[in-house]
Design a protein. Sequence first.
Length: 253
Amino acid sequence: MTTGTLYVVALPIGQIEDLSPRAKDVLGSVELVLAEDTRRAGMLLGSLGIKKRLISYHDHNEAGRAEQVIRELSNGINAAVITDAGTPCISDPGYRIIKICHEHNIPVRPVPGPSALVAALCVAGLPTDRFVFEGFLPPKGAKRSKRIDEILERPMTSVIYESTHRIEKLLTEMAEKAPERLVFIGREMTKTYEEFLRGAAAEIAKEAQKRGELKGEIVVVVEGAAKKENKKVNKYARSNQDSQEEEQGSDEE
């Protein structure tokens, strides 16, 4: 029997009109939909006039679900994986089931569409020839502080997903370490209360503190470090390397 195909389907991050005609056709044609939240998925599909068998698939149950899905796909069932909004696998569930599909030689096909990452990048007005997607940072502690330092030190644009509860803290930390660094905030993109903020880290942090809380889905785009800032890092690195080479030379003598 020919195996089924797993379709990775991108959903709108806000406006339902952003759903592509192909995505709608695929969701209407598959026999099974893997959804991060079956209740929300059912409401979305219902609004499109589509009724499908739904199974939940998220970070906490994916190990067990993977076996079931592989079994169904192996029996010729076509399926789609979706998340609550945006493209699966981009800081959302999906990676593991897709990896296992490849290991079992089951076809995986993308149905591209909305992504908060790309939506923010294309309107931030910052270089996009090279960028680093950070996803969600560690919530607290040394790991979080180290990641922020790495973001501020790298020469290319960085993109971060941040929760409404930690965005003020993130902006404050960036303002303390690099007050002049250009920062872009995309909040509730394509939704009713869509908002964009762009300016120096110190300015944006001050605005966030004044409001008390920036609510909703938030994407942060951070300008890369200037060359003069990189020179300090490179000079330090060369100094360490020279010292190590001198020590190695002494040992050989």
